[in-house]
Design a protein around this ligand. Sequence first.
Ligand code: SAH
Length: 233
Amino acid sequence: MSRKFLYLLVLGSLVLLLASQTGSDPYEANRQQMVNEQIRARGIDHYPTLEAMERVPRHRFVPREQQRFAYFDRPLPIGYGQTISQPYIVAYMTQIIDPKPHHKVLEIGTGSGYQAAILAEIVDHVYTIEIVPELGRSASRLLNELYDNVSVKIADGYHGWEEAGPFDAIVVTAAAGTIPPPLIEQLKEGGKMIIPVGSPYLTQQLMLVEKRSRRYTTRSLMPVRFVPFRRSE
Ligand code: SAH
């Protein structure tokens, strides 16, 4: 190989490398707009949540054909009859559990992995369970590429993740008829759980569950629509 050719090759690679570093993310402006108009404007003011929503590349968590809608104000299909939640709902559920840097959080319903990614930006470790093996595997691949503090398990989340618990907070992203007792069990004293409760395919209530002195209190926050919480039997 001639010296000149080698020189051009090295120079070319450097230019490409620089372009890939600075050419950055084509969706950055969309993401900023999403945070300003859908999240901040609607009253979310928890700084770590806002920062996480500004950083996580939501378009990477949706199927290719949905990417141009990734920052729209709505949920999107992710295959297998499941959806990635609307950005505002993700922000709301994140803010309400008041996540802290030392927290260990359990999520039931990994889906695309987007909610897990938002939590991973803020807390020490995220444990997330998905019942659809294909979704669990693809979310696990992407989450492991982007983070080193997320563990994904393919299982029925009804039973929680006992070996990893107890948790500072639990986020359930599928609608259950009742609150699964193992999840309350695995919540730390003083811990918070957010869970949509109600009949599948109808409007459900987003509930905040707080555990204090081994009792728990519940509070309805707002009507929501989530995909059903399934059971493995
Ligand atoms: N948090 C997800 C939302 C996905 S929708 C996101 O950010 O994309 C809810 C997910 O819960 C679906 O993927 C569904 O398959 C899953 N799910 C339903 N019942 C479940 C159960 N019992 N255990 C674990 N996951 C469950």
